[in-house]
Ligand binder design. Structure first.
Ligand code: PBG
Length: 332
């Protein structure tokens, strides 16, 4: 054939392919999510093979391992005992609660590791909702924001570097920014869950924390999070959320879930100059694990390809339960 341009010329050798490679993944792109509980045992999470609910001591060792693999940020989620759960989830701003204690230990033992938190009421409320539920079953926006501000300040006081509001209440980023500044935490950043969709991909996570929405006897409880998390059908709305978060002072924007929402990552990358994070959520993780356990896919290749796809779509950071495995593979 008489072809002037043959794209295969630049695919011919490994060196040529490396030279023209447009995107790469490295361990410092990862934010590693970890679960912590009050017990002293390490509990495997059935729905998420390879992850655990750690006691604080075990979590410290796991975070040291992550640091040595090149990971520079962790995010911690609490499994709160039922007896500490209340209708309003006030345990979320207990200064002596599980999360503040874990942050203090982490910053003492591995001071350079960036610690991110999750701000929402769902691990702390009896009904599993991210906001306070009124007697007639409405998620109360402004009353919830007041609680989230207190939660964020407690986390900042314990030493958190990045506060991650995951609740999707309106106006919470600006309110949290102001609350942090008022308390002298102007140096603490906000990584907002900007476009967080109401997704079935969070199923295994809710099992890990026992935080799925559930009915309680004295009031009607919505069965899903559709009145605050975004409709999976909407893309333009994500841009509105991004504009609001940016105006309100968010430092990093996040899209969640990740893999089924690569178009949203791409759109936010076009719209904003802020760093963008993608959350490769629990359901995405567990699907890969399940297929790999059956020998149907090559886990290593699938994970590295997936992580690369987030970078190609425009994400700078990736929250992923595969972080340590992937960081190990990248070192080989
Ligand atoms: C809580 C929260 C959720 C996740 C992160 N923070 C669950 C939810 O909104 O129901 C999900 C993470 C995952 O599935 O990996 N607000």
């Amino acid at each position: 054939m008489d072809l002037t341009y043959r794209p295969r010329r630049l695919r011919r050798t490994n060196s040529l392919r490396e030279m023209v490679r447009e995107n790469t993944v490295s361990a410092s792109d990862f934010i590693y999510p970890l679960f912590v509980h009050e017990g002293s045992d390490t509990q495997e999470i059935a729905a998420m093979p390879g992850t655990s609910r750690w006691p604080i001591d075990g979590l410290i060792d796991e975070v040291k391992r992550a640091w040595n693999l090149g990971i520079r940020c962790v995010v911690i989620f609490p499994k709160v005992p039922d007896e500490q759960k209340t209708e309003d989830g006030a345990e979320c701003f207990n200064e002596k609660g599980l999360i503040p204690r874990t942050i203090e230990r982490l910053k003492k033992e591995i001071p350079e590791m960036c610690v991110m938190t999750d701000v929402a009421l769902d691990p702390y409320s009896c009904d599993g909702h991210d906001g306070i539920v009124s007697d007639d079953g409405i998620i109360l926006n402004d009353a919830t924001v007041n609680y989230l501000c207190k939660q964020a300040v407690v986390q900042a006081r314990a030493g958190a570097d990045l506060i991650g509001p995951s609740d999707m209440m309106d106006g919470r980023v600006g309110a949290i920014r102001e609350a942090l500044d008022d308390e002298g935490f102007e140096h603490v950043g906000i990584i907002s869950y900007t476009a967080k969709y109401s997704s079935a991909y969070y199923g295994p996570f809710r099992e890990a924390l026992d935080s799925a929405p559930r009915s309680i006897s004295n009031k009607p409880i919505p069965k899903n999070k559709n009145t605050y998390q975004m409709d999976p059908a909407n893309a333009r709305e994500a841009i509105t959320e991004a504009q609001l978060d940016e105006q309100e002072g968010s430092d990093i924007l996040m899209v969640k879930p990740g893999l089924a929402y690569l178009d949203i990552i791409y759109r936010l990358r076009e719209e904003s100059e802020l760093p963008i994070a993608a959350y490769n959520v629990s359901g995405e993780y567990s699907m890969v694990k399940a297929a790999a356990q059956r020998g149907w896919i090559d886990e290593r290749e699938i994970v590295l390809e997936t992580l690369l796809s987030f970078k190609r779509a425009g994400a700078n950071l990736i929250l992923t339960y595969h972080a340590c495995d992937a960081a190990g593979w990248l070192k080989e």
